[in-house]
Design a protein. Structure first.
Length: 608
């Protein structure tokens, strides 16, 4: 969610920190601020709104400070105002703090601090934390942070500086990601490696319950209980070019067009045509273990949940294994029935989604194997699972997920095919699916060439206030995902439904002002979907159809048709989603929306 950047070293901190914040804009935020250590003490500047407003505040300030922290805030406690923006300082303005997460017992701590004479000026839980550090300060900043955090309940990723300790930055993590960047006589702290990738690719990921004391020439890590930690240095493989727009107007458009490449990356080195079988060594499971699986639980949130629902359709039909798809936020608060031969897959682009991590940890407590389907190498989920599969989509900057979704679906198709080959699927059938997988990236490239056609359709409907998306079978989750994309970035109300369910309620909404997007491919339920289209047309609804190449019949029955190539029916979601991504994108642009940073949304949801 929010973004944190910190720096200690020889460079001027202000431009470095502001640029780092800009790298984190994709995470979603509503205010920004900076604290710099100067010769006369802490200088704090903050503003509501975009980073541009913060830059205007700082314009003309040639501050030579080489030590500071900065933050972009996504409001949880308190409105997005300048007062509530981070960094927050103590009453003496000698300590400044930035914070991601939620302090759950902040009301109790607030009452305690007020009784001790502290004046609370904001509505935030974060201000409570900086006063608590001040209350516990006895000469050592790290120990003050450690003592304060032992009194805190909740989640946090924090960075703290103090005018009493020039050249020292203290960072700590519990449920909200933080990473230390290692440079030459300089060190960085950030909530995401993209903020520091311009300067270093050598990093140390903090684990939950760890505190780091960082100076220009050194860093040390201990637990909250003051146990020394030996850090593991990792090398980030992403490049700076990958997090730039590369000539596209928006990151989302760039990432839509990257999907041929990311889908190739998802299957590269994982397909054995001769055996008709995927190779997924990262699962860390032997074939006999795969054969014994009785049930699979796929847990995720948002777009990743839609990918999981497609995975359910695939795996159950291909491998004949029972699959439950669970919203992670619900799974953790109920008592699911889990057996010893069950396996849980946690699906998350960032690998830091709080609800998904909590669901995974709950399952681990129950003693079942937990695997991950993750994009970010070194993420919390990647480190805590028993094994899993990286989707290799590269950095996804746009808040609305596109390439990560299709890569997740491709990986789930690999898992489904592998499980099926371990059970009853023939080599020949496996080879047919693998051949179809290999063709998918080129077919996506072909669909992307229809972008101008999709843009024309978007121009006809971009002023609509409601959309309905319909699909059946494997393409019902695609309808859900298409509707979600439109909601996220254009702020149009949209709903996805199983096509047959339309007449059980939503049909009451259909008139000439309700565009209806229908995924109507040449598959076993084609005739049924055509009947659903007839029901819409009979009520003067406007139909936009996603159809199989060569289907002349449908063109006569709908207002608009966008064709996709024919493929193995289990892989159709990888193609049918592409026009829906383009449709959402073009409509959002025409409505003047912030495509990459839609309001109220964050890329990585690290709070409940």
């Amino acid at each position: 969610m929010c973004g944190i950047v910190g720096y200690v070293g020889p460079q001027k901190a202000m431009p470095l920190l502001v640029k780092g914040l800009k790298r984190l804009e994709y995470r979603g935020y509503d205010s920004a601020g900076i604290a710099l250590l100067t010769d006369t003490g802490l200088m704090v500047a903050k503003s509501a709104g975009k980073i541009k407003k913060l830059e205007e505040l700082l314009a003309g300030n040639n501050i030579g400070s080489t030590h500071g922290i900065a933050h972009t805030r996504w409001a949880t406690h308190g409105e997005p105002t300048q007062l509530n923006a981070h960094p927050h300082t103590d009453a003496t303005e000698e300590i400044a703090l930035v914070h991601n997460g939620i302090i759950e017992n902040y009301r109790t701590l607030r009452e305690f601090l007020v009784q001790k004479g502290f004046e609370i000026k904001t509505e935030t839980d974060t201000e409570i934390l900086v006063h608590l550090i001040r209350f516990n300060y006895k000469g050592c900043l790290t120990e003050a942070v450690r003592t304060a955090l032992n009194q805190v309940e909740g989640t946090y990723g924090i960075a703290v500086v103090s005018s009493l300790h020039p050249g020292v930055l203290v960072a700590a993590r519990m449920g909200s990601p933080l990473v230390i960047g290692l440079g030459d006589h300089e060190h960085f702290v950030a909530s995401d490696v993209s903020a520091m990738l311009e300067h270093t690719n050598r990093v140390v990921y903090l684990e939950d319950g760890e505190i780091a004391t960082v100076t220009p020439d050194d860093y040390s890590i201990t637990t909250i209980q003051n146990v020394q930690i030996t850090p593991q240095i990792e090398e980030v493989t992403w490049t700076l070019d990958q997090i730039e727009k590369g000539g596209y107007d928006h990151f989302m458009l760039k990432e839509i067009h990257e999907q041929p490449t990311t889908l190739r990356n998802a299957i590269r080195g994982r397909l054995s045509f001769d055996e008709g079988m995927p190779r997924l060594n990262g699962l860390n499971l032997q074939y006999d273990q795969l054969r014994k699986i009785q049930k699979i639980i796929l847990t995720a949130c948002g777009t990743s949940w839609h990918a999981g629902l497609i995975g359910k359709y695939m795996i159950e039909e291909l491998a004949r294994v029972s699959v439950d798809v669970e919203y992670a936020s619900e799974f953790r608060y109920r008592s699911p029935i889990l057996g010893k031969n069950d396996i849980l897959f946690a699906i998350s682009q960032s690998g830091e989604t709080t609800d998904t991590l909590a669901a995974m940890r709950e399952a681990k407590k129950r003693g079942i194997t937990c695997l991950g389907i993750v994009n970010v190498v070194g993420s919390t989920m990647a480190r805590e699972t028993d094994g899993g599969v990286y989707i290799h989509a590269g950095p996804e900057i746009g808040v609305a997920s596109t390439k990560a979704f299709t890569s997740q679906v491709m990986v789930l198709s690999l898992i489904g095919t592998l499980l099926a080959r371990m059970r009853q699927m023939s080599v020949q059938t496996g080879q047919e699916i693998i051949e179809a997988m290999q063709n998918i990236p080129d077919q996506v490239e072909q669909i992307l060439k229809t972008s101008d056609q999709v843009e024309k359709i978007a121009r006809e409907y971009y002023k609509s206030n409601n959309f309905l998306y319909l699909g059946r079978g494997l393409n019902y989750p695609v309808a859900l995902e298409g509707a979600l994309k439109l909601k996220e970035i254009s702020y149009i109300h949209a709903e996805g439904y199983p096509a047959a369910e339309m007449k059980h309620g939503p049909i009451a909404l259909i008139d000439e002002n309700m565009p209806v997007v229908v995924i109507a491919l040449k598959d076993p339920v084609y005739d049924k979907v055509m009947s659903n289209i007839a029901e819409v047309k009979a009520r003067n609804g406007n139909v936009i159809a996603i159809a199989t190449e060569g289907d002349k019949e449908i063109a006569e029955r709908v207002n608009h048709v966008i064709y996709i190539p024919e493929t193995n029916r289990f892989l159709t979601p990888l193609l049918s989603i592409i026009p829906l991504q383009l449709l959402a994108y073009h409509i959002a642009v025409m409505r003047g929306c912030h495509v990459d940073q839609p309001r109220n949304l964050a890329k990585s949801v690290t709070v409940e």
